[in-house]
Design a binder for this molecule. Structure first.
Ligand code: G6P
Length: 579
């Protein structure tokens, strides 16, 4: 996981690269660096966030260069481990996203040949290998080099002796931007949007040679052509637009996002084999996994078919009976664990569907069918609008498969989020901000909704938050309850209401402060709860969406009160492309 960007054209490369890296920081932000070419190679790299660079760092000369923002895998975040990495004589500079699995073996061989390594990274074998193979033509050296590398890589390389940029891709994303007299390469399209809307997605095994005059793409030494796409995302979508953080901006985009997501799935566009499925498996990670769990509760009850939900990371390594259909949910479409799970489905001839936000992402190539959730670019590391868009798609899928399309849901999903924006959450926020531990509890589909709420809270506020199915909390976690550990609970009218209320009374009897999301008219709940967050909706789908947004705002405002970083929480990355 890391972000890479490259430029060749008529503009000074360094500012383009720095600005591009800022757009990619969600992929990693512990160190950064750029290399430019102007008769020789110039390098600037250091530990820290690229968004904190000073403008005088952009004065490297040249109109061709490469850049990198890092999420450390091999070696600590440091100036030395930051990319770009070079060969012994600093004639070749390389940035890399992915993992070179056989790097230790290659490093031993290259050391034996006299190469001197400066970093602890797996990446550094690449420039040394190129140095070894280079006979004056960087493209040819790269065409030979790919035969030695095992693992995942998107690599950009420049060398001293030519004004060209070489890009090579295997199992890590890499897209080219086609401008007028200028070309870009990047891990995703966000750094390109300011300059061009014409993009080309490289395929695994592609090697692109790019100069100011144009580009050529090869598979091995055979030239191939790739389709150029016109992208609809506007450049403003990757700017904060007056909000203090991308996360808040993205939360406020959700009324529109959910409407778009719901309407992206129609009776005609839904893959036909879903109607015939007698069983389904959802594979996903992080927030996407929680969306899958919510789907399971509701789909099993509305469609009467068993739905299994598996972490991508577990699915590949366990031998589990296969179902008729595998649905992979991934905002980025690049999560390595989810991709492996889909790949396993493909190998077993199971029909696969990808639900993703990113056109042409890797998952769209692995799966038989793709449903695009159309949330627009999500920059904040913590997923918000992409999660809501996943809900929009999945809930609409249930409606269509069960034949119970709800007008209430179709027409009010956005409105129910708008109503959440009017709620006053101050008391709940101040209770949370004082806590070291918070429990999130719910029943039925609200249990995974609370799991997502707890994940949001811990990701961005760094408060320890755990979620429990409300009935389970008395089987152990009760020993942790105290006046210092608030419990946040969903307690809405419905079949489990009475038992839920009973559970909350048991918790209250242990002195635990209760923040309840429930009906405003529920006097019993309002007397019991320290804080009641009122919610009135007429459909369970709308309740689920509204509770999700309440918990996002609770996490956001708690983190803001505590002065946390919010958009780039420590140690995290948005797109996890390693298993
Ligand atoms: C990372 C992100 C999470 C995300 C998870 C799965 O851990 O920080 O926010 O939910 O990856 O990502 P995906 O792109 O597959 O939905």
């Amino acid at each position: 996981m890391c972000g890479i960007v490259g430029y060749i054209g008529f503009r000074p490369a360094a500012p383009v690269l720095f600005e591009g890296l800022k757009q990619l920081e969600y992929r990693g932000y512990d160190s950064y660096g750029i290399a430019t070419h102007s008769n020789e190679i110039f390098i600037h790299k250091k530990k820290g966030k690229v968004s904190e660079f000073s403008p005088d760092e952009t004065t490297l000369p040249g109109t061709c260069g490469i850049g990198h923002t890092r999420w450390a895998t091999h070696g600590i975040p440091s100036d030395l481990n930051a990319h770009p990495h070079t060969d012994c004589n600093e004639q070749i500079a390389v940035v890399h996203n992915g993992i070179i699995e056989n790097y230790a073996h290659l490093k031993r061989e290259l050391r034996a040949k006299g190469h001197t390594f400066r970093s602890e990274t797996d990446t550094e074998v690449i420039p040394h290998l190129l140095e070894d193979l280079n006979e004056g033509d960087l493209l040819k050296a790269i065409q030979k080099m790919v035969n030695y590398l095992e693992g995942s890589y998107a690599v950009l390389a420049i060398s001293n002796d030519c004004n060209r940029l070489i890009a090579v891709k295997n199992r890590s994303p890499l897209v080219l931007g086609i401008g007028d007299g200028e070309f870009f390469a990047a891990s995703d399209i966000t750094p390109l949007l300011e300059y061009t809307n014409r993009v080309l997605y490289l395929e695994d095994g592609d090697i692109a040679e790019i100069s100011v005059d144009g580009y050529e793409i090869y598979q091995g030494s055979t030239q191939v052509s790739r389709r150029v796409h016109e992208i609809q995302w506007a450049p403003e979508t990757v700017q904060k637009g007056g909000f203090p953080h991308f996360m808040l901006k993205e939360i406020y985009e959700q009324p529109e996002v959910i409407n778009r997501a719901i309407h992206s799935l129609t009776p005609d566009s839904i893959p036909r084999f879903l109607y015939d499925a007698k069983s389904m498996t959802v594979v996903a990670c992080g927030s996407s996994y929680h969306a899958g769990l919510i789907f399971r509760y509701l789909a099993e009850s509305a469609c009467g078919i068993p739905v299994r939900v598996e972490f991508g990371s577990e699915f590949k390594y366990n031998s589990v009976p296969l179902t008729d259909v595998i649905i992979g949910i991934s905002q980025s479409g690049e999560t390595a664990d989810t991709l492996s799970a889909i790949h396993k489905g493909n190998c077993s001839n199971v029909q696969t569907v990808a639900i993703t936000n990113v056109l042409n992402s890797s998952i769209t190539r692995y799966a038989d069918n793709t449903i695009l959730m159309q949330a627009g670019p999500e920059i904040s590391v913590a997923a918000t609008k992409s999660f809501t868009a996943q809900l929009g798609v999945l809930l609409q899928m249930i409606s269509l498969l069960s034949g119970q399309v709800s007008d209430e849901f179709l027409s009010h999903a956005g409105v129910s989020i708008d109503k959440v924006f009017l709620l006053n959450l101050d008391d709940a926020v101040s209770l949370c901000a004082k806590a070291e531990h918070i429990f999130f509890v719910g029943r039925g589909p609200f249990y995974p909704v609370m799991m997502e709420g707890a994940l949001k809270m811990k990701e961005i506020s760094y408060i320890h938050a755990e979620s429990y199915a409300a009935g389970e909390i008395k089987h152990g976690p009760f020993s942790l309850l105290s006046p210092e550990t608030p419990v946040i609970a969903t307690c809405l009218p419905g079949p489990a209401y009475a038992v839920m209320l009973g559970n909350l009374k048991e918790m209250k009897a242990r002195g635990t402060p209760i923040i309840a999301i429930g009906s405003e008219e529920d006097t019993e709940l309002s007397e019991l709860a320290d804080v009641l967050i009122p919610l009135e909706e007429k459909h369970i789908f709308l309740e689920i969406v509204a509770v999700t947004v309440i918990l996002q705002l609770l996490a956001y405002h708690t983190a803001a009160l505590l002065g946390r970083e919010i958009d780039k929480p420590r140690n995290l990355a948005k797109s996890v492309t390693v298993e």
